[in-house]
Design a protein. Structure first.
Length: 290
């Protein structure tokens, strides 16, 4: 692991699971701007992924490594593009589509409507937001049904410690070496199963990040990312609507931290994220059900 680069560092904070926190300006731009959308969001994701790959450059062999893209959030990580830009190598790609159902704190039921594993490799790179960890465990289990695997590197702009622990425990049972690179923090997971806040009591991060989040969100434990990560570019209207719901939950409607927020006119678009907010907004239940 290249732990010290010119403008980025990878700090090892746990041995079991093997977990590094990566610190650089690109990740700060990504995790401290809830108004970042569109091309600006895509650019911040690619810059962040390039730093992750730069740190990992001496850890994996290009000819023996492929990517496992978990649709749809995995598309935001652009790992193949980051590998090409940083090393000049091609990163073969496997695909799996997943859908979270019955989300709760620390748990989620995962459905798999599609997978395509045509790039076997002894090492996988996976870019994904990590909450409970069940999505990646499900993806790895499906991959192992088809191909053997020795190592996995999980790259996450925003991931939880409970999720890393769950994935690492599964990998241990399969004889797989797992390494995690997270952006800025190993987050605690909110009771709704969606919120990843710098202010959660279980979050491991630098004091200056927690203080910055406290100032930005007026002391509320707002998630560092939206409830549907990647929608900032792939479904911007949905992201604006979800941001409005978040602003209502935290009594921050109209504040600069949620200036892109727009009240939804069709709640059906937010059905997959309903578990994140339905108990916090009882006064909106009638509107959500119409």
């Amino acid at each position: 692991m290249n732990t010290e680069l010119e403008r980025s560092s990878a700090e090892r904070v746990k041995d079991d699971p093997r977990l590094y926190l990566v610190h650089n300006d690109a990740l700060e731009d990504l995790l401290f701007d809830r108004n970042l959308m569109g091309t600006g969001f895509r650019a911040a994701c690619l810059r962040s992924s390039r730093w992750f790959i730069a740190h990992l450059a001496d850890e994996y062999r290009p000819g023996e490594t492929s990517e496992l893209v978990i649709l749809s959030k995995g598309l935001a990580y652009r790992l193949a593009e980051a590998v090409s830009a940083e090393t000049g190598d091609n990163l073969p790609t496997n695909l799996i589509a997943t859908s979270r159902t019955a989300v709760a704190h620390g748990t989620a039921r995962i459905e798999v409507p599609y997978c395509c594993f045509e790039a076997p490799a002894e090492t996988l790179l996976i870019g994904d937001t990590v909450a409970s960890g069940e999505t990646i465990v499900t993806a790895l289990r499906r991959f192992l049904d088809v191909h053997p695997l020795r190592r996995v590197f999980v790259i996450s702009y925003a991931g939880t410690l409970v999720g890393a622990t769950r994935i690492a425990e599964f990998c241990t049972t399969q004889g797989i070496e797992a390494t995690f690179l997270y952006g800025l923090a190993a987050f605690g997971l909110g009771d709704n199963g969606f919120d990843l806040s710098f202010l959660h009591p279980d979050t491991i991060t630098r004091a200056r990040y927690a203080e910055r989040a406290r100032e930005q969100f007026s002391g509320r434990p707002v998630s560092a990312i939206g409830w549907d990560f990647g929608s900032q570019a792939m479904a911007p209207r949905k992201y604006r609507h979800l941001s409005w719901v978040e602003s209502e939950v935290w009594d921050l409607t109209g504040e600069n931290c949620f200036k892109v927020a727009e009240a939804p006119d069709d709640w059906s678009d937010l059905a997959h994220e309903r578990a994140a907010y339905e108990h916090a907004l009882p006064h909106l239940r009638i509107r959500m059900d119409t």
